[in-house]
Structures are given as structure tokens and as C-alpha cells.
Design a binder for this molecule. Structure first.
Ligand SMILES: [Zn+2]
Length: 365
């Protein structure tokens, strides 16, 4: 991973690059960012930069033997520790094949994806992991560069594991760096936090997300639509992009037309169509509706310049705002939240959809 592979986060990249130039690289850094942020991606790019044999002023080369091994996650001086099943002999090193596949697909995934991938219900980082690590750290670096320890989701450290690594975290051997990649620093032990330098990674902007999607071959209108739904979460954006709801707006617009016209005969087959989608797709449609309602509110309030929509969607919102009963907006928003809640709890989608459609039909005008 190069810095240039990550869209945006320029200030954060610069901070890391400058720390190397000024010889001020903290020996234990906490890359803290919400789910779907660039925290792991940035830490990986930084690792490449640190050990690159021919770095430019602002990035690793991507071609030297260190970069090649780092990119494949097979560099002998890089250790990854992440949640596993926690049995005595079940350590991160036993899951490296799965880990490589997981991260190389894209580095914005979350703990649920990981535990699902390795088929574990509840993960943790057992104390044996700390013992193994301390043993490894006593060995010299293989390639003469930095030894890097990536601790992904230190939220999963057991108390005994955390206690076992405190000393080495505070005073690691020479040329050894710890990168702790976390989503919820409030779940970390203060003893861990106090031994790290906190490095906050902001959420991605809509623009950064849409550019990333566009670079992955998604057309620009849809990329912007997805970015709006993803709320700065790259993981969520990629998930939506991979799902088959590529006509989200058309689907929503038809739905609203049927509701507005109280067209029950059209709503019933639509409910069947909705029922045939998977849970994530169903939630996407309802979340999209929430987003559009918010935009309608802005248009109706005269804040049209804040509206983030594109072309056909914007046109729709402008027209719809004129006939939409804005006084019922909070009630409609509540209904949508409730529907998402029910879908999450596996209430039959067809019933949820018909129920909310009929209620919206009454409130919409
Ligand atoms: Zn290189």
C-alpha cells in the first residue's frame, strides 16, 4: 500500500512523512479512526515508507524488495496481531493466509467481517500472543530495517494480554515500532492509551469516497450517490457498491410515486420485489429514503446549496419538495428508522415494506 493509493487524508500523510524526516517517529502509535476509516490503510502505507529502499520525498517506491514483501504482507520483520479464537495454541500466525486475503481485498473492513471470515463468534487476543511477540522481539531484524508490529483492534486485548505487553510497548527494542489500529479508543485500557501516541484519522469525505469508487470502475453518478449513503465509511461504501442495488434512486423514486398516488396495486408487487432482496439491500433502500428526506427538508427550508445530490436525484428532490408535506417529516423519518430496526431483527420484509408504504402514503401530502 502506497500513500498515493489512499484518496485524501493529506494532512495525516504529511504528519507521518514529516515524523520520519525529523527523526521523530513515535515508537507506539495509536491509529484511531472510526470503522471504515483509513486507519489501517495509512498504517500499512507508513510501514512501506519506513522500510522502503528507495523512497521518494512523499511515498514508498512500490518496487524494491522491501515494498514487494510489505505489499504481500510477507515481510519477515512485520508482525500482525489481531483477534482470534483465543485458544491456547490459536495465535494470529495460524491465520496469516486468511489475514492476507482479507486485507489485500481492501483494508477498510471491520471486526465482524474478520470474525465471519475465520468462522469465530467471539474473538480475543490471548495472552499467549503477547508471550510469542516478546520472544520474537528479542530476535534481530531480518532485513536491517524497522521491525513493525501491527496490532489490529487492540479493543480485543484481554487484560492479561494488555498487561503482558505494557513493558515492551513502553520501551520497545531499538528500531521496533508498534502501530495499534483501533476503532473505539474508549474501549481501550488506559494503561495502553497512555503508552501510545494518539493519531486521529478523520472519516473520509464524500468526495474522497466517490473518487475511490470511481477509480474502482463505478460510474461517477452512482459513486456520488453511494458516497452520500456511506457517511464517511469506506467499508460501507464498498459494500453498497458490491451489492446489486445499482438503480437505488429509480427504485426509490418509483416507490415514492406509488405512495404519493396511493397506488396500492403497484405497491404490492413492489413489496414482493423488496422481499426478494437481501437484508443489506433492503436497509440500503430505507437508508437512501432517509437521506433523500433530509435533502427534501433542506430544499424546502431554502438551503438548496447544501444539497449533495446529483442530476436526476436532485431534479426529483426539487419537484418532490414542492408537494411533500414537510410537517410530517419527523414522523416519516421515525417510520423509516423503525422499518430499518424491524428488517435488522428479521421481521418479514414484505410486511415491513407494505406497512411503511401505506403509512407514508397517508403522511406524504
Ligand atoms: Zn520501496
Amino acid at each position: 500500500m502506497r500513500f498515493r493509493d489512499i484518496n485524501g487524508l493529506e494532512a495525516q500523510k504529511n504528519t507521518l512523512i514529516q515524523s520520519v524526516k525529523k527523526n521523530h517517529v513515535a515508537h507506539a502509535q495509536l491509529f484511531h479512526g472510526s470503522e471504515g476509516s483509513g486507519n489501517l490503510a495509512l498504517a500499512l502505507a507508513f510501514g512501506s515508507f519506513l522500510n522502503c529502499e528507495k523512497p521518494s520525498d512523499t511515498d514508498s517506491c512500490g518496487e524494491c524488495s522491501s515494498c514487494v514483501k510489505t505489499d504481500k504482507l510477507i515481510h519477515p520483520d512485520i508482525t500482525f496481531i489481531f483477534p482470534t479464537a483465543g485458544g491456547k495454541k490459536v495465535l494470529s500466525e495460524n491465520f496469516m493466509a486468511e489475514w492476507r486475503e482479507f486485507v489485500l481485498d481492501h483494508p477498510y473492513k471491520n471486526s465482524t467481517d474478520w470474525l465471519e471470515k475465520i468462522n469465530i463468534k467471539q474473538g480475543n487476543i490471548p495472552v499467549e500472543e503477547a508471550r510469542k511477540l516478546i520472544q520474537n522481539l528479542s530476535l534481530k531484524s531480518y532485513e536491517g530495517g524497522y521491525k513493525l508490529i501491527y496490532l489490529w483492534l487492540p479493543e480485543y486485548l484481554s487484560i492479561s494480554t494488555a498487561n503482558a505487553i505494557l513493558k515492551v510497548l513502553e520501551e520497545p527494542p531499538e528500531k521496533t515500532l508498534f502501530f495499534l489500529i483501533c476503532n473505539n479508543s474508549e474501549n481501550l485500557l488506559t494503561t495502553i492509551i497512555s503508552r501510545t501516541q494518539r493519531f486521529a484519522i478523520p472519516k473520509f469525505t464524500d468526495e474522497e469516497i466517490s473518487v475511490n469508487l470511481y477509480n474502482r470502475g463505478i460510474d461517477s453518478v452512482r459513486a456520488k450517490e453511494i458516497a452520500m449513503l456511506a457517511d464517511g465509511n469506506m467499508h460501507k461504501a464498498l459494500e453498497i457498491a458490491q451489492s446489486k442495488n445499482d438503480n437505488l434512486h429509480d427504485w426509490f423514486a418509483n416507490w415514492m410515486r406509488y405512495c404519493y398516488g396511493f397506488k396500492v396495486l403497484d405497491l404490492v408487487p413492489m413489496a414482493d420485489e423488496f422481499d426478494a432482496l437481501n437484508k443489506e439491500q433492503e436497509k440500503q433502500i430505507l437508508e437512501y429514503a432517509l437521506t433523500i428526506f433530509r435533502e427534501i427538508f433542506l430544499v424546502a427550508g431554502g438551503n438548496e446549496n447544501m444539497v449533495k445530490l446529483e442530476e436526476s436525484a436532485l431534479d426529483f428532490v426539487q419537484k418532490f419538495a414542492k408537494v411533500f408535506n414537510i410537517g410530517n417529516l419527523s414522523k416519516m423519518t421515525e417510520l423509516l428508522d423503525e422499518a430499518i430496526f424491524h428488517i435488522d431483527r428479521n421481521v418479514r420484509a414484505k410486511i415491513v415494506f407494505l406497512d411503511i408504504s401505506l403509512k407514508l402514503a397517508q403522511l406524504i401530502k
